[in-house]
Design a protein around this ligand. Structure first.
Ligand code: HEC
Length: 129
């Protein structure tokens, strides 16, 4: 096995931040310990409204802060923090950004979808590491 291949199975936890900036993403299958995937109802919201920017296909700044392609590599604690932030950004109308709200109002989460994000964020445990 090559050095690269064996490295892919070692814990990435300390490398994760650096990897975001280097854009050397590690595919989900190579991670041995995964955090939960997004629930279906949340996935359907973010894939339409957020993933154009917050995914490996999105802009460097957006995906550096929040990348749904990498969601299962986030620790439970980080998932909780990001989920809370998602709700507060959407609730106050800061995400999706103003430009998108004007050009593509149909992708802005509605009240019901915003509530689903809140319920989901609340359901994640803050004490998990
Ligand atoms: C048009 C691109 C775009 C879309 C669509 C978009 N975002 Fe963002 N988002 C950004 C950018 C760029 C940043 C970083 C700059 C900033 O904070 O304003 C950001 C930052 C964020 C942050 C802050 C992350 C952190 O940890 O600091 C959150 C949370 C967030 N977005 C949530 C969302 C959610 C939830 C959606 C979908 C409902 C969404 N965004 C849709 C571009 C986008």
């Amino acid at each position: 096995m090559s050095k690269e291949a064996s490295r892919a199975f070692s814990p990435h936890i300390f490398l994760v931040t650096g990897l975001f900036f280097l854009n050397l993403s590690v595919s989900g299958q190579e991670i041995s310990k995964e955090s939960p995937v997004l629930p279906e109802n949340i996935k359907s919201i973010v894939s339409v409204s957020c993933m154009p920017c917050h995914s490996d296909k999105g802009g460097l700044i957006a995906r550096g802060k929040l990348n749904f392609t990498e969601w299962t590599t986030y620790s439970l604690k980080k998932q909780k923090e990001k989920a809370e932030k998602m709700y507060s950004e959407v609730k106050k109308g800061a995400m999706p950004p103003k430009s998108v709200r004007e050009t593509r109002p149909e992708i802005v989460p509605d009240g019901e979808q915003t509530n689903s994000i809140k319920k989901w964020a609340d359901s994640l445990s803050p004490d998990d590491k």
